[in-house]
Ligand binder design. Structure first.
Ligand SMILES: Cc1cc2nc3c(=O)[nH]c(=O)nc-3n(C[C@H](O)[C@H](O)[C@H](O)COP(=O)(O)OP(=O)(O)OC[C@H]3O[C@@H](n4cnc5c(N)ncnc54)[C@H](O)[C@@H]3O)c2cc1C
Length: 453
């Protein structure tokens, strides 16, 4: 469960090494090398899963069209550079670089990365009291020990929160424990009152260090998209697979294909934004309902000068859980930029989406002023995300909710009538909720279609 231990498991003391574009690998086949095989595949969604599938199928001779609801590629790999620094709205980290396909893809795409050093952290309690390192790390060790065994007391009908509170009532209102539960668990999974008490620790991991994108994760979708036929601003609303060809309705248009790969996020499937004719099999509909979709929002704040500690992470432990309790010091990998990135998760994350920018800044500044004093200035600018209300995502990523069984991820991946294929992070039982899971799911579905020929 390294992903869930992303603070704990990163290597310390690594030098600042940015992977450079000089490591660029070959870009695959050119159009002249490809012999068309006469079959058409339409891919719904130009996130990393859809792009990976499309690129691989194109190289196999399939005629590809990607239908994307938004105006650019990337989906949950979007980067906003409007403040002069790359703010990744979705994924920031490569979780475990050893053997992770995103490691080499990042090199090919020219995505520069920075090793995050999780020991480079200072923790503050309310009142700005610096927490003793030993107190912090002892509690952290105990927290991970509990995570390793709590599932033995879990059951299919109870949430993580219910079981944890019954076993460890003394920790329920402890601010440091609330921080761990929020930043180490909710961030990587989902709302603790909905998270499965049996399956909160599922999923495979890649080892080694974690790296954060420095110049923007969108380098990867931009790289994968090169040379692909992508139709933007095309929102798919109906897929009719009752005939020999699959008919796809997008905006006012209808198009046809031999095969369709659906990569829209789980939140979009849950909201029935796409009508399927005939209806999807019961097992898939059930899985769509049972697997959870969480909410994580990210906030980038910029100042003229930095007033915070020269460490990679600043932890703050307020009474409220899931609320601006963890700050990434962007200055560590962008030395000329005075910026912090912070987060809101679960229900508080959803609540931020109806707050004004001024309200958000007030709340964040309350925490920072408590640590650094009331004289620190307000940020000159802020960028923020609203993943829950984003109609092309309706949440951040999938997780094992109460009622989820691991077979549901396989049901989400199951093809229908050898015509409809499903990719996306939520279809990858071993690596759901990650960029690498999404990428691998796209390759998997491309192989399934190729194997049918
Ligand atoms: C805040 C946040 C932080 C994250 N942090 C990390 C991290 O640090 N590391 C990590 O590994 N992973 C992280 N993830 C998860 C990772 O970003 C995703 O798992 C991955 O990008 C999903 O790719 P995908 O192709 O499955 O879906 P998407 O990228 O969502 O692609 C789906 C595409 O479908 C399009 N679409 C939706 N509806 C329609 C429609 N009706 N018609 C046509 N197109 C449609 C969307 O616009 C989108 O482009 C994070 C995600 C978020 C949101």
């Amino acid at each position: 469960m390294q992903r869930r231990k992303f603070i704990k498991n990163t290597l310390t003391g690594l030098p600042l090494i940015l992977l450079t574009p000089t490591l660029l690998a070959s870009c695959g086949k050119t159009d002249d090398d490809i012999t068309p095989n006469g079959k058409t595949v339409h891919v719904i969604g130009a996130g990393v899963s859809g792009l990976a599938a499309a690129k691989k199928l194109k190289e196999q001779g399939f005629t590809i069209m990607i239908l994307e609801a938004q105006e650019k590629v990337g989906g949950r790999l979007r980067t906003d550079r409007s403040l002069g620094v790359a703010f990744d709205e979705g994924a920031s980290w490569i979780h475990g670089t050893n053997g992770n396909p995103i490691t080499s893809l990042a090199q090919q795409a020219g995505m520069q990365t920075f090793p995050t050093d999780d020991e480079s952290l200072l923790s503050y309690d309310i009142g700005g009291l610096a927490r003793n390192n030993t107190v912090y790390s002892d509690a952290e060790d105990e927290f991970y020990a509990i995570l390793e065994t709590l599932m033995n007391s879990g059951n299919a009908n109870q949430s993580f929160e219910t079981v944890f509170n019954s076993l460890y009532p003394a920790y329920t209102n402890d601010r440091l424990w609330k921080f761990f539960l929020s930043t180490y668990l909710t961030f990587d999974t989902g709302d603790l009152n909905r998270l499965s008490s049996l399956l909160y620790d599922e999923g495979e991991t890649f080892g080694d260090d974690e790296r954060i994108s420095a110049n923007g994760y969108d380098a990867i979708p931009n790289y994968l998209a090169t040379g692909l036929n992508i139709q933007f601003n095309q929102k798919v609303t109906k897929i009719d697979y009752s005939g020999a060809k699959v008919k796809i309705t997008h905006n006012e248009n209808e198009s046809e294909a031999d095969y369709v790969i659906i990569t829209v996020p789980l939140g979009v499937l849950k909201a029935n934004i796409i009508q399927f004719i005939p209806a999807l099999p019961a097992a898939k509909q059930n899985a769509i309902q049972k697997v959870g979709m969480n909410c994580v929002n990210k906030f980038l704040l910029i100042w003229d000068t930095a007033f915070w500690d020269d460490v990679q992470y600043i932890a703050y432990t307020p009474e409220a859980r899931d609320k601006f309790n963890y700050f990434v010091n962007v200055k560590k990998f962008h030395p000329t930029v005075n910026a912090l990135m912070t987060f809101a998760y679960a229900d508080y994350g959803r609540q931020t989406e109806i707050m004004t920018d001024a309200e958000i800044i007030d709340e964040i500044m309350l925490h920072l002023k408590d640590i650094y004093g009331s004289n620190i200035p307000n940020p000159s600018n802020m960028l923020r995300t609203k993943w829950q209300s984003n109609e092309n995502s309706l949440g951040a990523y999938s997780y094992t909710a109460v009622g989820t069984e691991m077979r549901h991820f396989d049901d989400l991946a199951e093809s229908v009538n050898d015509k409809l294929f499903f990719a996306g992070e939520h279809t990858e039982v071993d690596y759901f909720s990650t960029v690498h899971g999404a990428y691998l799911s796209g390759l998997r579905e491309a192989d399934k279609i190729t194997d049918l020929q």
